[in-house]
Design a protein around this ligand. Structure first.
Ligand code: SF4
Length: 334
C-alpha cells in the first residue's frame, strides 16, 4: 500500500512552570514517542480516553502545535516532504483539519459564504463568480445549499455547523483530513448523519482520514485500522476486525468491556480499571499501564514494552510484554 503520512517518534512536552520567575520544574509529556503511518485512501482511527494525547498528536501533525521532537512526512505523487514549520504553509492545501467543536471553530461574524471562501481566497482564487460557484458546490456536497450563503453560524444547528466546517476543510481538495472527534459535540441523533456524510465524501473525493475519537463504537464503523493510545503512547494498532476479534493489549480489552451492546447476552463483564489515569507529568515506570493492569508482572514496572508486530502478523502491533501470550476477550459487534 501507498503511505500518505508517516509519523516517527513524535513528542510534545509542555513545560510546567512555577514561582515568580516561571521556572520550569517539569514537563507534561502529552505525546511521548508516537510512530505510525497512514495509508492512502484509508481511515485510521486514533482512539483513547481524554488526555491520552490523541488530539495533540493530530494538532502537531499540521503544526497547530509545535512538536517537541520527532519527524513527520507527507507523500504525494512519489514525492516525500518533511512536515515542518516552514513547509506546512504549502502543505495546507493537502492537509486539512476538522475541529471537534463546530460552535467555537467558526467565526461568528462571518457568513457561511465568507467562511468557506476564505481558504480559497488565501490560496489565490479571486474571481467572484468562480468563488461563489465553488462555495455553492461545496455546500451542496455537504448537504447544505446556496440558500445558506448569507447566513451566520449562530443560525445553524450543531450538525449544520459541522457541515460548514467540513465544507471549509474540503475547499482546497485536500488529500488527508484529520478529523478531531468531529461528532462528539453533536446530539446523538445527528452523529450518524455526519459520519455517513464523511464516508460519502471520502468515496467521492478519494480522501484519507486520520479519525480521532474516544469512542470505539464510533470508529468501528468508519475506520480500516485503529491505533489505541494510552498516556501519550500507542499501545496497540491493528485492522479493525482483527482488533475487535483478537485484542492483544489489556487496555484495549478494558475499553471493549466498557462498550454497551444492544444484545445484553453478548455483553462483556466490565473490567474496572483501578485508580485514576496517572499524570502525564510523571508517568509510571516501565509499561505505563502497569498500575492498572490486571495481568501485570514484575517486569512490567521495570521495562517499557516497545510497539512491535506480533509473530506471524505484521499488521498487528502491540506494546505489551505478554502480547503474544495473553488470551484476551474481543468484542463481537453485529
Ligand atoms: Fe499489562 Fe505488563 Fe502488558 Fe503493560 S506490559 S499491558 S502491565 S501485562
Amino acid at each position: 500500500e501507498q503511505i500518505i503520512l508517516e509519523v516517527k517518534d513524535l513528542q510534545k512536552y509542555y513545560p510546567i512552570q512555577r514561582g515568580v520567575f516561571r521556572s520550569t520544574v517539569g514537563h507534561i509529556r502529552a505525546v511521548d514517542g508516537v510512530s505510525f503511518s497512514v495509508r492512502a485512501g484509508e481511515t485510521l482511527g486514533l482512539v483513547g480516553e481524554s488526555g491520552c494525547g490523541k488530539t495533540t498528536t493530530g494538532r502537531c501533525i499540521i503544526h497547530l502545535e509545535k512538536p517537541t521532537g520527532g519527524e513527520m512526512f507527507f507523500y504525494k505523487d512519489g514525492v516525500k516532504t518533511a512536515i515542518t514549520q516552514k513547509t506546512i504553509r504549502n502543505l495546507r492545501r493537502d492537509l486539512q483539519f476538522i475541529f471537534q467543536d463546530p460552535y467555537s471553530s467558526l467565526n461568528p461574524r462571518m457568513t457561511v459564504e465568507q467562511i468557506v471562501a476564505e481558504p480559497l481566497i488565501t490560496h489565490g482564487l479571486k474571481n467572484k463568480t468562480e468563488l461563489r460557484d465553488r462555495v455553492v458546490e461545496l455546500l451542496t456536497a455537504v448537504g447544505l445549499s446556496g440558500d445558506h450563503l448569507r447566513r451566520y453560524p449562530h443560525e445553524f444547528s450543531g450538525g449544520q455547523r459541522q457541515r460548514v466546517g467540513i465544507a471549509r476543510a474540503l475547499a482546497l481538495k485536500p488529500q488527508l483530513v484529520i478529523c478531531d472527534e468531529p461528532v462528539s459535540a453533536l446530539d446523538v441523533s445527528v452523529q450518524a448523519q455526519v459520519i455517513n456524510l464523511l464516508q460519502d465524501l471520502q468515496e467521492q473525493y478519494g480522501l484519507t482520514y486520520l479519525f480521532i475519537a474516544h469512542d470505539l463504537s464510533v470508529v468501528y464503523h468508519i475506520c480500516n485500522r485503529i491505533a489505541v493510545m494510552y498516556l501519550g503512547r500507542i499501545v496497540e494498532l491493528a485492522e479493525v476486525d482483527e482488533l475487535f476479534a483478537n485484542p492483544r493489549h489489556p487496555y484495549t480489552e478494558a475499553l471493549f468491556s466498557a462498550i454497551p451492546l444492544p444484545d445484553p447476552d453478548n455483553q462483556l463483564e466490565q473490567i474496572i480499571l483501578e485508580g485514576d489515569v496517572p499524570s502525564p507529568a510523571d508517568p509510571p515506570s516501565g509499561c505505563r499501564f502497569h498500575p492498572r493492569c490486571r495481568y501485570a508482572q514484575p517486569i512490567c514496572s521495570q521495562e517499557q514494552p516497545e510497539l512491535q508486530a506480533l509473530a506471524g502478523s505484521e499488521n498487528h502491533l502491540v506494546a505489551c510484554h505478554f502480547g503474544e501470550k495473553l488470551s484476551l476477550r474481543g468484542l463481537k459487534i453485529a
